[in-house]
Design a protein around this ligand. Structure first.
Ligand SMILES: [Zn+2]
Length: 440
């Protein structure tokens, strides 16, 4: 059953697409002029590309503006430490700093003004809070080791301003977190899908049935989990709660939430301009076409990113959602990372698709690893899995492997080799999981 629909800015969230695009164009032009004026970084980029803010007359013109990529931010910070030359505020005006996890190289730092941290970010997260159907009557438990990553800081700070009672769950073991959930009785919990499922296993070992607790909503971010049907189902069954997606990154901040209709992840289009382009050519694609997500911060003042290349693969759905919002939806959330996608047997494969099959298969644990052989090596794609429990018989495992292979072949068109390893042998991740190994 769908939960009650509430909206933070109903007028903006339900305006026609035409009005919305007009609204975005106006903000884009302003933001482009603002960064051109304020940062050597963007002045250089726009001058090199021969494009000036006043030349942007329509949203089609936006494709003339160069992309911003992570390496440029890194290089800028190396040359102009510690924040680079892409910030629009002076270091004295910063009240909060964040840093990316650095899983793909040197971390990037971002400095935020008081207005951005307390007002603009709060505004963004209010769309999420209302979108999930959370009100001031709710209590959220945040099982997160508070550090330099933006991750759950935004939800902590903003939901607090929105009147939600926040219980910080940092610096605790997973067992203690389960005990705290029982004791404090939160109605909302958040985490990466992998960690949320890990907490489920921990509770089980402690003899605790999480589906009987007060938790009614689980917010997940950092991995596509909430939009991988089998993972979502498992989270919802384990916790006896609704699972909603939250998308963002430290550089661009959080821009996507799943509403109670659970039909894809909405982009907060009143604050972000979202585009989808062909990852190879950079050319714009239309709704319904799979491509790379490009985002522009339309509202913040500290370090607005213009045409930020996310590296995430998405598909837009611009039809009005059952919740009544006209904000576009990412069908299936983030489908995958452009750099995680691999080709095998002439098809593009995303780890999230494999994750879905693993978690749908009765008899397998949640963990898996994919070994992608070099093209032309003649080897099969290999998936490593673990049994879900030690009590499964040899026949039961053989049946599970057979079913998995059939589903894989039917949906992806390739038959993988499946290796069943011992329980607990595959690596566990508390943060972003890295599951694909490419053979050189
Ligand atoms: Zn919706």
């Amino acid at each position: 059953m769908m939960e009650k629909i509430i909206m933070y800015r109903p007028k903006l969230e339900t305006m026609s697409r035409e009005e919305l695009l007009e609204y975005q164009l106006e903000l884009f032009r302003k933001q482009m002029a603002y960064v051109y004026e304020r940062t050597p970084f963007y002045r250089r980029k726009f001058d090199d590309a021969g494009v000036r803010p006043e030349q942007i007359k329509t949203l089609e013109d936006v494709s003339r503006v160069p992309f911003t990529v992570k390496d440029e931010l890194r290089q800028s910070q190396e040359k102009h430490p510690p924040y680079g030359d892409f910030h629009c505020i002076s270091p004295d005006d910063g009240v909060r700093v964040f840093q990316t996890t650095g899983t793909t190289g040197v971390p990037v730092r971002s400095l935020l003004s008081k207005k951005d941290w307390l007002e603009v970010y709060c505004e963004q997260f209010m769309y999420f809070m209302y979108g999930y159907g959370i009100t001031k009557a709710d209590t959220i438990f945040i099982p997160f080791n508070y550090g330099l990553y933006l991750a759950w800081w935004g939800i902590h700070s903003s939901f607090e301003q929105g009147g939600v009672l926040v219980i910080p769950g940092g610096g605790q073991s997973s067992e203690d977190r389960i005990k705290n959930i029982l004791e404090w009785k939160p109605t909302v919990v958040c985490g990466t899908p992998t960690y949320i499922l890990f907490l489920g296993d921990t509770a089980k070992k402690m003899g605790v049935d999480l589906s009987k607790t007060t938790v009614r909503i689980v917010i997940t971010a950092g991995e596509p989990g909430a939009q991988v049907p089998a993972t979502k189902k498992q989270i919802e069954t384990t916790w006896g709660a609704k699972n909603y997606d939250d998308i963002g990154s430290t550089e661009i901040s959080n821009f996507g939430f799943e509403c109670v209709a659970q039909q894809g992840t909405h982009v907060v289009e009143s604050m972000f301009l979202a585009e989808v382009v062909d990852p190879a050519t950079g050319r714009p694609l239309g709704a319904g076409q799979e491509g790379e997500l490009i985002l522009t911060n339309l509202c913040c003042e500290s370090m607005p990113l213009i045409r930020w290349r996310m590296g995430d693969i998405v598909k837009f759905d611009v039809k009005r959602c059952d919740c009544g919002r006209t904000f576009l939806r990412l069908e299936g959330g983030i489908i995958g990372r452009a750099d995680d996608m691999f080709q095998f047997g002439g098809v593009n494969i995303f780890p999230s698709a494999i994750e879905n099959f693993v978690r749908e298969t009765k008899g397998f644990s949640n963990e898996y690893q994919v070994i992608a052989p070099r093209m032309g090596s003649g080897k099969h794609l290999k998936v490593r899995v673990e049994p879900a429990s030690a009590s499964l018989s040899k026949e039961e495992m053989e049946q599970a492997v057979k079913t998995f292979k059939e589903v894989f072949k039917f949906r992806i068109g390739v038959t993988p080799d499946v290796e069943v390893v011992k329980m607990g042998e595959l690596p566990r991740f508390e943060g972003k999981a890295k599951r694909v190994i490419r053979e050189k």
